[in-house]
Design a binder for this molecule. Structure first.
Ligand SMILES: C[S@@+](CC[C@H](N)C(=O)[O-])C[C@H]1O[C@@H](n2cnc3c(N)ncnc32)[C@H](O)[C@@H]1O
Ligand SMILES: Nc1nc2[nH]cc(C(=O)O)c2c(=O)[nH]1
Ligand code: SF4
Ligand SMILES: [Mg+2]
Length: 210
């Protein structure tokens, strides 16, 4: 299978439990909860997306013919010590494209593989670190993993129900929009009320990283 990749870049993982780790990000093109076109945002299932995932024209992006070609590009992007290779599969929705061949090729290249997924599709069982970010108005079928990262506030999200899902870590991430300050307050208030949750900040935005 070939893969449509919007962009690929080396940075620090900005969010969640793995925040601060050197990471290659592979951002897959396309999502099942929004077309990515601004004119469709108001009618999309997911309306707050902070990411351009349309097309394959970003830096390091392109159409990769097979899993080996994409893994080789990720190794090239890592450009450092073979130990500690860490890749984050994101998008768009990566599970629209990620398959066994890609997981095998990335493992063969020595990568620890993390994913950022909206949870509407089962994640590939070979992935080493599963982060699911549920979206109100969609069905979260992937209810187990390493971290659940809920963007907040999100009307229609049932945090109490989510506490019974099988995640090792529960995180609340303030919604980054024009009400960012109020959203941070709301996220902190939720953590104070429900201490099984902890705050996840988008540290790459604070640091001026990609
Ligand atoms: C762009 S998404 C791509 C992966 C996948 N489609 C998903 O939604 O999890 C990556 C992460 O950014 C989060 N995110 C997207 N827009 C955001 C925003 N405006 N504020 C805070 N987090 C946001 C998502 O919830 C997800 O955890
Ligand atoms: N530095 C950095 N960390 C991230 N963690 C999750 C991201 C994403 O867009 O999936 C992201 C991103 O876009 N940049
Ligand atoms: S599901 Fe993820 S990639 Fe898709 S629109 Fe929402 S935040 Fe963006
Ligand atoms: Mg991002």
């Amino acid at each position: 299978m070939s893969y449509a990749v919007k962009e690929m870049f080396l940075t620090l993982q900005g969010e969640g439990v793995q925040a601060g780790r050197r990471a290659v990000f592979i951002r897959f093109a396309g999502c099942n909860l929004w077309s990515g076109r601004e004119q469709d945002r108001a009618t999309a299932i997911c309306r707050f997306c902070d990411t351009d995932f349309v097309g394959i024209d970003g830096l390091g992006g392109g159409r990769f013919a097979d899993a080996e070609a994409l893994a080789a590009a990720a190794v090239n992007m890592w450009d450092g010590d073979k130990g500690g290779r860490f890749v984050v599969l994101t998008g768009g929705e990566p599970m629209l494209q990620v398959d066994d061949a890609l997981i095998d090729a990335l493992h063969a290249a020595g990568f620890f593989i993390a994913i950022e997924s909206n949870g509407t599709l089962p994640v590939n069982p070979g992935i080493d670190w599963v982060c699911i970010s549920p979206k109100a108005g969609s069905e979260t079928v992937q209810r187990q993993g390493n971290e659940l990262k809920l963007v907040w506030p999100q009307p229609g999200s049932d945090v109490v129900a989510m506490e019974s899902w099988a995640f090792d870590h529960l995180l609340i991430q303030p919604l980054d929009d024009i009400n960012a300050a109020a959203n941070q307050e709301a996220a902190m208030a939720l953590v104070m009320e429900r201490p099984r949750w902890r705050l996840s900040l988008q540290t790459h935005k604070l640091l001026g990283l990609r």
